[in-house]
Write a protein that binds this ligand. Structure first.
Ligand code: KDG
Length: 339
């Protein structure tokens, strides 16, 4: 067994179709391997999307490109995996836009609380010029943004009390994503936020380092957060897109045909992921209640108080995000809403 293990390690541990590699040009003759990693687990629609990407790419390239998929932060968290892409130590990751703002600050536009009123509006805006333009900016950071996928509307959970109105946020220790706008928005709501990588979150809730967190229902359910959280409210305070990222060095090393294949596959797998994600988010609130969580619905009036409380934060961050990007996305939201 140990000899086999050694042989596997020596071969890079992957069955990447080397035996078919003696064709084409020198640069692509050896078969290429894409290591694709995410923070969420194997049950999440995000991972199913990754498997779809693998299926399409391996089929369309006749095995010239092999895709290895990793879930549950096996390769790191959103930030460290994005850095690994820049350095050429990993090829694909699919982070939320919030941590991407640490690389391209304009992505924080999606952290503006209560920006998208619905999934339809999100779809329209993310396909629009301004959002697609943001993907182009990733190249300056040695990253290629191939498609928007969906994390979804984020809802609050905690282990202390039902959250029904802004007063209930007071003093709650909430884990936020590693993003300054998120952090300040939660302060403005009265909470006591701590930024933390997703990979550390479950333990932090279990050990009581934080009282709560915010994520879409699919994540709350599929990551078993109900085991350590008692209350859930439909705050729907932010819609998080995911971005399908590839390292630029790796992308540039692909043939034009391969670039087209991975780019199309990222989009097609994204459509599949978004469909599954919406089904999951529509289903799992019920499951959370079955698992014993108490659900609190936020009234329109109470949500409006939250919207008002975060307005100064949006103003403060407008310059940092880029006024053109903020105005452009807000106009796109209005236009989509009017349709
Ligand atoms: O795979 C994606 C996750 O790593 C992360 O983006 C999930 O929304 C998320 C969070 O709260 O960090």
């Amino acid at each position: 067994v140990s000899l086999l293990a050694l042989v596997l390690v020596a071969c890079g541990g992957s069955d990447d179709g080397d035996q078919n590699g003696e064709n084409e040009s020198a640069s692509d003759g050896d078969g290429k391997t894409i290591r694709a990693g995410i923070g969420l687990n194997q049950d999440h629609p995000q991972y199913k999307g990754l498997l779809k990407f693998k299926e399409i790419v391996e089929e369309e390239t006749d095995g010239e490109i092999t895709v290895e998929t990793y879930h549950s932060g096996q390769l790191g968290d959103d930030r460290s995996m994005t850095e690994a892409l820049q350095l050429g130590n990993q090829e694909v990751t699919v982070p939320s836009t919030a941590p991407i703002a640490n690389f391209v600050p304009e992505f924080s536009v999606f952290d503006i609380p209560f920006l998208f009123p619905s999934e339809d509006v999100a779809d329209e805006v993310l396909q629009g010029e301004v959002a697609q333009g943001l993907l182009d900016k990733l190249e300056e950071e040695d990253l290629v943004g191939l498609a928007y996928w969906e994390n979804g509307f984020r809802d609050l959970t905690n282990s202390e009390r039902p959250v029904e109105s802004i007063e209930d946020f007071e003093g709650l220790d909430i884990r936020t994503m590693e993003n300054d706008l998120h952090l300040e928005a939660f302060k403005a709501l009265g909470a006591n936020p701590t930024p933390m990588a997703f990979t550390e979150l479950f333990t932090a809730m279990q050990q009581g380092t934080v009282d709560g967190q915010e994520n879409p229902y699919a994540t709350i359910y599929l990551e078993n957060f109900y085991e350590v959280q008692d209350y859930v409210s439909n705050t729907h305070h932010v819609y998080s897109p995911f971005v399908f990222l590839m390292g630029k060095q790796f992308y540039d090393g692909l043939t034009e045909e391969q670039q087209q294949i991975v780019s199309d596959a990222a989009k097609e797998a994204g459509q599949h992921q978004i469909k599954l994600n919406r089904e999951a988010n529509a289903t799992y609130l019920e499951n959370l209640q079955e698992e014993g969580m108490e659900y609190t619905e936020i009234s329109d009036e109470n949500r409006q108080e939250m919207v008002d409380a975060v307005q100064p934060v949006i103003e403060d961050f407008k310059d940092q995000i880029g006024p053109d990007v903020v105005d452009g996305i807000m106009e796109a939201v209005e236009k989509a809403q009017a349709e």
